[in-house]
Design a protein around this ligand. Structure first.
Ligand code: NAD
Length: 349
């Protein structure tokens, strides 16, 4: 089987590529990535020489390029992760999100439908999405696969739109599709603009740790390797035309999470207990910041038997260990453009 994985140099994509390349040596895995600021081939150095792995540099917004690679390689399946993924960036540059997340997805759907027309039944287009499409919850309740879409940020609106296009290609053209909507991921290779790696980086360097508002927002967190395992399971055993929610059954208020992280870092770095909590700095809240996301993954658990392999405390410790052992990775991605983005986001208030 020839599988096209888009966005494979990014955070989640790199774990999915690694899992498929190592677990399925008889699959040919093609990783298509534009290598934006978030794409980093250093995430894949351990598998880059494998015979069943090929990297293709390119932009999913470029329809002619997408057409060309489908003609050249004749993929049997697509796992689509390429996206602009950071909510804050979507607030300052929404059009980039429309381009990649909406137009890019439609380009892939269009090419898949054209190239698979003679044998649709044996093909699969698997689209990776987020629980943010469902909007914001109050203190109670969980998102299920039936929750109506109510996206609030340009990021979630662009992902919701892409989900709708994927379902439209299923209903209109009979393209075999699957969709999964996952909660917040954390783990190795996470770009340090996101909460957990940003906090690890700043605690390590004794810099202020920015927390939006009063840190009251609640998110469900899932270890990225458990997301990759769920994607593997849904790809192979999920039903065509279905949607699966993926979450960690693991809700945390941002402030509680950051305090726990400070304590783990103090322990790992041999600092006095309570030392790093003093770095916590509340900053002006994100515009339209959704209060709470929480997800019901019982369909995935009951039908396919998936469950997270690590507790949050274990996953967080593994993550801290990885960042402390890979300071070169962190230093490389936090130099250059990252620095100017960071200063604009958190210091010019
Ligand atoms: P990421 O930003 O780390 O990686 C995205 C990758 O896509 C990068 O390698 C980037 O270079 C590539 N890319 C961006 N634009 C491209 C384009 N036009 N053409 C080709 N490649 C392009 O993102 P991530 O956190 O790994 O998220 C991957 C997917 O999972 C996204 O679709 C995201 O919406 C979804 N998701 C993420 C989370 C999360 O917590 N990070 C949760 C649920 C769903």
């Amino acid at each position: 089987m020839k599988i096209l994985i888009t966005g494979g140099a990014g955070f989640i994509g790199s774990h999915v590529v690694r899992l498929f390349v190592t677990k399925y040596p008889n699959y040919q895995v093609y990783n298509l990535d534009k290598l934006t600021y978030a794409g980093n081939l250093a995430n894949l150095t351990d598998i880059e020489d494998r015979e069943n792995y090929t990297f293709l540099k390119g932009d999913i917004v470029d329809a002619a390029f997408v057409e060309e690679i489908f003609s050249e390689h004749g993929f049997d399946a697509v796992i689509h992760l390429a996206a602009e993924s950071h909510v804050d960036r979507s607030i300052s540059d929404p059009l980039a999100f429309v381009q990649t997340n909406v137009i890019g997805t439609v380009n892939l759907l269009h090419a898949a439908k054209r190239h698979w027309a003679d044998d649709l039944g044996s093909r699969l287009f698997y689209h990776i999405s987020t629980d943010e499409v469902y909007g914001s919850l109050g203190e109670d309740g969980l998102f299920t696969e039936e929750t109506p879409y109510d996206p609030r940020s340009p990021y979630s609106a662009s992902k919701a739109s892409s989900d709708h296009f994927v379902r439209a290609w299923y209903h209109t053209y009979g393209l075999p599709v699957k969709i999964s909507n996952c909660s917040n991921n954390y783990g190795p290779n996470h770009f340090p603009e996101k909460l957990i790696p940003l906090a690890i980086h700043n605690i390590k360097n004794e810099k202020p740790v920015p927390v939006y508002g009063k840190g009251e927002n609640v998110r469900d967190w899932l270890y990225v390797i458990d997301h990759a395992r769920a994607i593997d399971m849904i790809f192979h055993e999920g039903k065509v035309g279905e949607t699966y929610n993926i979450g960690g059954v693991n809700e945390w208020k941002n402030i509680d999470l950051i305090e726990l992280l400070c304590d783990v870092m103090d322990e790992k770095l041999g600092r006095e207990p309570g030392h790093s909590r003093k770095l916590i700095t509340f900053v002006k809240d994100r515009a339209g910041h959704d209060l709470r996301y929480a997800i019901d993954s019982s369909k995935l658990m009951d039908e396919l038997g998936w469950k997270p392999s690590v507790t949050f405390e274990e996953g967080l410790r593994k993550t801290v260990d990885w960042y402390l052992a890979n300071s070169e990775w962190l230093d490389n991605v936090t130099s250059g453009n990252y620095q100017s983005y960071y200063e604009q986001q958190y210091t010019h208030r």
